[in-house]
Design a protein around this ligand. Structure first.
Ligand SMILES: [Fe+2]
Length: 243
């Protein structure tokens, strides 16, 4: 499997605190069937503060060297919080797209204003990026009005659901909304958004098996969400869409 959203890089945000913890996270990922993992540290997130792009790159190289014995390919990206500052600084490219492709993982305030989000997605797509909206099931502005899900898709955005939401860890409303999005084939990828080795671990196998097991979806669909689409994304290729 390929996991396009993780906070496995140490000392960059609220994810792994040390290289030791990063390596433990990578070992868990590998043992649960993940072969490629995109490191997506928070950028522009007000909870984290300023993140230095060069420092992140150095840490990424440091982790790659230390993880040479673990059979997981690690790639670089970022999870960009769409603050006003980010939108102003967008032309400066002070962030990492997913593995250098046009795909950019973006997040919003959970209670952001829908008009602000529409404006942000429009600016990002017009700048030539394909925004992948992280954990849409956690946003009240989408749960309040489902119309906007198709609106964002029509604008060229994609959606990435968290495995933790499918495990019910972000509450019933997030689970129900994620299930509704899956039912309607609005989701491009499912990823871990892993922050540690326990509560938010990089184990995505459970959610993968749940999808074509108890949840009753086809194995083909589960493969699209955990294999085919994430692999197309890291390669910069167009993904299969069903909407
Ligand atoms: Fe995240």
């Amino acid at each position: 499997m390929t996991d396009i959203h993780s906070h496995v890089l140490p000392k960059t945000d609220d994810g792994a605190a040390t290289y030791m913890e990063s390596l433990d996270m990578l070992r868990i990922a590998r043992s649960k069937g993940t072969k490629r993992m995109v490191c997506t540290p928070h950028f522009y997130n007000p909870r984290i503060g300023h993140v230095d792009k060069d420092r992140v790159f150095d840490i990424f190289e440091g982790l790659k060297a230390r993880a040479a014995g673990i059979d997981v390919e690690i790639l670089l990206g970022s999870e960009v919080f769409c603050s006003d500052l980010f939108l102003r600084e967008l032309p400066m490219k002070n962030f990492f797209t997913i593995n250098g492709t046009d795909y950019l993982l973006v997040e919003f305030d959970f209670h952001d204003d829908i008009d602000r989000v529409l404006f942000a997605v429009d600016i990002i797509t017009k700048a030539g990026y394909i925004p992948i909206i992280a954990h849409p099931e956690r946003y009240s502005f989408l749960r309040r009005d489902e119309y906007y899900v198709e609106k964002f898709l029509s604008m060229g955005a994609l959606f990435q659901v968290n495995t933790t939401s499918l495990a019910g860890m972000h509450g019933e409303r997030a689970f129900d909304f994620a299930a509704w999005m899956l039912d309607n084939r609005y989701v491009a990828a499912v990823a871990s958004d892993a922050h540690d080795t326990s509560f938010r671990s990089p184990d995505i196998r459970g959610a993968y098996m749940w999808l074509y097991g108890n949840a009753g979806f086809s194995k083909t669909y589960a493969e699209e969400l955990f294999f085919d689409n994430p692999e197309a994304i890291i390669s910069g290729q167009k993904i299969i869409t069903r909407w």
